[in-house]
Ligand binder design. Structure first.
Ligand code: SAH
Ligand code: SF4
Ligand code: F3S
Length: 442
């Protein structure tokens, strides 16, 4: 039985998962199905999941409980689990979550039409095969929930860094780069459709490497070629690994005003001893040196980071080093997490998760509080400055207020004068909160 189904896709986790959901959407629409944003009218629910921390998985399991209620009232409803948690927990999920009809790992999305047919026929359908070369290079993602101005472009998949705490190398497999020309083509098409801001995505974009007919393209060349599509196209990237953010890349950013003045450089810890235990392949000194190099070449660059608190063996001294590094760099923004042990990672197999829960919580709170101060100072420093803002839409609170971002990726709200999403305007900042700049047109 072939049938056209209404498919609801829910995404958890990182930007790469959001980008993958757009690929999943595209594959299913090509197979004749339709996407819906209304859970109630869906006859297939696909949950694209994350495994990065234990609470990410708990959230997914709670969500499945809610879908159970829907399924009771609509017996033909199919529920599928996609992404990293599918890849990590594997077929056990069918025993643990009776609601599931379908399971597909991150490299198995081309198989979704077949898997759906099998599930429709009443069989449990599963594909968890990881690939060494799948990049979905030829698939044009359906842009979901977007504003028509900003979009993600996946440029590589997988990760082979094996940071000792991290599950990603196991859930996403071998690192592989997408062919250069398919990325360029996607970026050009987005620009032609009116998009003005693209983010190049990968777990470690600095290791992007594509070889074609003897010609090698690295990340610095790739990003330069995208920036050269048009000065009206803003280009961002996430994430880069501190161990290989090269002077060449910093130079390329400095040279292209439309490569955004915003670098996300996850540090994880300020203690070289912890960084060694985490298998990060750099030291505190190396990280600080990279920050100086960025500040020197791109003085108006915003720098954000990720921090893990309470990793195995972390002492009060190590924790203080993280706080002092934060002060030293004065991060504009940070994502901060409590260490969560992930089964079968290097840390889980060889180290003790020995920082007591209350100590982890207290240290994390100190980090969050301090970053709050640093972020507010960063926003306050912008008062009186004028920025070029790319309009993305109207502000959540009022239609006459427009919102958009500057090159530094900060959200700016200002009273509009008929501008449309995709327009560039100059805005002077008059006040701020710790997460938004408020300005007026100049
Ligand atoms: N590839 C990116 C990070 C992807 S995961 C990079 O290396 O920078 C996003 C963030 O989640 C990481 O930077 C880290 O701070 C956090 N994270 C990863 N594993 C974690 C774990 N087991 N417990 C807590 N936080 C974790
Ligand atoms: Fe995880 Fe490290 Fe790879 Fe980032 S670089 S995804 S933290 S293993
Ligand atoms: Fe989560 Fe997988 Fe991304 S574990 S952070 S969804 S790569």
């Amino acid at each position: 039985m072939e049938s056209k189904r209404k498919i609801f896709i829910e995404t958890h986790g990182c930007q790469m998962n959001f980008s993958d959901s757009e690929i999943v959407g595209s594959i299913l629409v090509d197979d004749g199905h339709e996407l819906t944003k209304d859970l109630k009218e869906a006859d297939v629910i696909l949950v694209n999941t994350c495994s990065i921390r234990d609470n990410a998985e708990i959230k997914v399991r709670n969500r499945l409980k809610q879908f159970n209620v829907l399924k009771r009232n609509k017996p033909g409803l199919l529920v599928g689990l996609l992404g990293c948690m599918a890849e990590r927990v594997k077929e056990n999920l069918f025993d643990e979550e009776k609601i599931l009809d379908l399971i597909a790992g991150p490299d198995a999305y081309r198989d979704l039409p077949q898997l759906l047919r099998k599930a429709e026929g009443g069989q449990k359908a599963i594909n968890l095969i990881l690939s060494a070369d799948e990049t979905y290079a030829d698939i044009t993602p359906v842009r979901m929930d977007g504003n028509g101005v900003a979009a993600f472009i996946s440029i590589m998949r997988g990760c082979e860094n094996f940071c000792s705490y991290c599950v990603v190398p196991y859930t996403r497999g071998t690192e592989r780069s997408r062919p250069h020309l398919t990325i360029l083509k996607e970026a050009r098409e987005l620009f032609d459709k009116g998009f003005r801001d693209v983010t190049l995505l990968g777990q470690n974009v600095n290791s992007y490497a594509w070889e074609d007919a003897g010609q090698k393209v690295g990340f610095a060349e790739l990003i330069a070629s995208i920036a050269e599509i048009s000065p009206m196209l803003r280009v961002r990237f996430a994430t880069s690994h501190p161990k290989d953010i090269s002077n060449e890349l910093i130079g390329v950013i400095a040279l292209h005003p439309n490569i955004c003045r915003s670098i996300h450089l996850p540090v994880q810890s300020g203690s070289s001893r912890m960084l060694w235990e985490m298998n990060r392949n750099y030291t505190r000194e190396w990280y600080l040196d990279r920050i100086s190099a960025i500040r020197k070449a791109i003085p108006d660059c915003m720098i954000s980071t990720d921090i893990i608190s309470g990793f195995c063996g972390e002492t009060e001294e190590d924790h203080k080093e993280t706080l002092s590094l934060m002060e030293n760099v004065a991060f504009d923004y940070a994502y901060m997490f409590k260490y969560s042990e992930r089964p079968n990672t290097l840390a889980a197999d060889t180290k003790k998760d020995d920082v007591p829960e209350d100590v982890k919580s207290r240290r994390l709170q100190e980090i969050i509080n301090f970053q709050g101060e640093l972020s507010l100072e960063s926003y306050k420093r912008d008062i009186g400055k004028t920025f070029e803002v790319l309009v993305e839409g109207s502000s959540k609170r009022s239609k006459s207020q427009l919102s958009g971002r500057n090159s530094q990726n900060k959200m700016i709200v200002f009273p509009g004068a008929g501008q449309e999403p995709g327009d560039y305007v100059m805005v002077r900042i008059v006040e701020c909160t710790s997460a938004t700049l408020i300005g007026e047109l100049v």
